[in-house]
Design a protein around this ligand. Structure first.
Ligand SMILES: Nc1ncnc2c1ncn2[C@@H]1O[C@H](COP(=O)(O)OP(=O)(O)OP(=O)(O)O)[C@@H](O)[C@H]1O
Ligand SMILES: [Mg+2]
Length: 359
């Protein structure tokens, strides 16, 4: 097992990617490592002709993945949009890994992201000593992706200031990055494209400019549609966490995962699963990603401070932490849910007690 805390998708799933490439008979767009069909199989999983099992990475609509992959084979860029924790970054990483074999050409968007981190920067020592030259120029991940005909990724595009976002317009419409200082330019090689992610909860930081919007195809990643889907996602991610962390814990019982997912879904939807009781929703998003970390934290507690078996007491702190983000409003919402829903379920007595103990 590798010493790296978090491996890139292309390393973690190297065997699957290799096998997919071998079995792939579809037509590949220029510079793609595999055909669009193979990329979709990599994303949603499936059985290859020789019986090799490809694990699902994205659990949800296959059609959405087909649209995302097809977009990348056109001259328009791909924007993955949606609520927090809906696997935007995750899908973006796997797309880049499958198409280009490299998911690391990435720019993290923040309020402080400057034009230099999207276009190119300068090594100022060299710039002063030698004047502007190609050697003094510092390439960005986007510039390298253009030169190599690969996929570049921009995370949290709408956190970047609108003026800086607009540097992408020339890159996306002309497929060229001008370098006026050297009187030259970089022309994108075939295969170059861009995947951006943006999250609609943090909206209001910066809107996507309409000029830029026209250059993207937007794919909205939804919150998991059904309880079973969400349980499946949590279960898979927790299993891989256990493996990486080499936790001395038992696999969590499916029942525990079901309870966490139920609590998250009910609070998120504002109504109990049976549709009978209306409840208030807390201010936070209660994403699938948070459900995953509640179970992961619980497992770690169970492994190191319990007997290795996940119990309600191990989960309680995580649940409350995820639900109560605002100490006043959310706390009331949580207490009401605890008393009107959790308490009334006979099989949930342990959850009720564990949560009460923490108040
Ligand atoms: N539909 C899904 N299929 C597979 N995994 C999922 C799905 N939804 C969420 N996940 C898991 O949730 C975790 C968080 O996803 P990710 O970080 O990609 O979210 P995000 O949409 O980028 O959120 P943010 O807006 O906060 O950046 C990942 O580990 C991913 O595996
Ligand atoms: Mg993300």
């Amino acid at each position: 097992m590798s010493d790296t805390l978090r491996q890139h998708a292309e390393a973690l799933y190297a065997t699957e990617l290799e096998e997919l490439k071998k079995q792939d008979s579809g037509k590949r767009p220029h510079n793609w490592l595999m055909s669009p069909q193979a990329v979709v199989t990599y994303l949603i999983g499936g059985k290859l002709k020789n019986g090799f099992e490809v694990s699902p990475k994205y659990i949800g609509s296959k059609r959405l993945m087909e649209i995302a992959v097809a977009t990348l084979a056109t001259d328009r860029a791909l924007l993955l949009y949606g609520l927090p924790g809906t696997a935007k970054s995750w899908v973006s990483e796997h797309l880049a890994a499958a198409i280009s074999g490299d998911s690391t050409r990435i720019v993290q968007g923040t309020a402080g992201t400057s034009e230099e981190s999207i276009r190119y920067g300068w090594n100022y020592a060299r710039l002063l000593a030698e004047g502007p030259s190609r050697q003094a120029l510092v390439e960005t991940p986007v510039m390298r992706a253009m030169q190599e005909g690969k996929i570049a990724r921009i995370e949290e595009l709408t956190r970047i200031g609108a003026d800086v976002q607009d540097t992408l317009i020339t890159i996306l419409s002309e497929k060229t990055l001008p370098i006026p200082e050297l009187n030259s330019e970089v022309q994108a090689a075939k295969g170059f494209n861009l995947i951006a992610t943006a999250n609609n909860r943090d909206k209001g930081v910066n809107e996507l400019s309409s000029a830029l919007k026209r250059r993207f195809n937007t794919v909205i990643l939804p919150v998991p549609g059904t309880m079973e889907e969400e349980i499946d996602i949590v279960k898979r991610r927790v299993e891989s966490f256990e493996k990486v962390m080499e936790l001395p814990a038992e696999k969590p019982a499916l029942e525990e995962i079901r309870r966490i997912v139920t609590i998250f879904r009910e609070l998120r939807n504002g109504v109990t699963e049976d549709g009978k009781t209306k409840i208030k929703s807390p201010g936070g998003t209660l994403s699938t990603a948070e459900a995953i970390s509640v179970v992961n934290n619980g497992l770690t507690l169970a492994a190191y401070f319990g007997d290795g078996r996940l119990t309600a007491a191990d989960l309680a702190a995580g649940i409350i932490g995820a639900v109560v983000k605002d100490p006043v409003q959310d706390k009331l919402v949580w207490q009401e849910y605890l008393e009107t829903v959790v308490k009334t379920r006979d099989e949930w007595k342990d959850v009720y007690r564990a949560c009460r103990d923490l108040q």
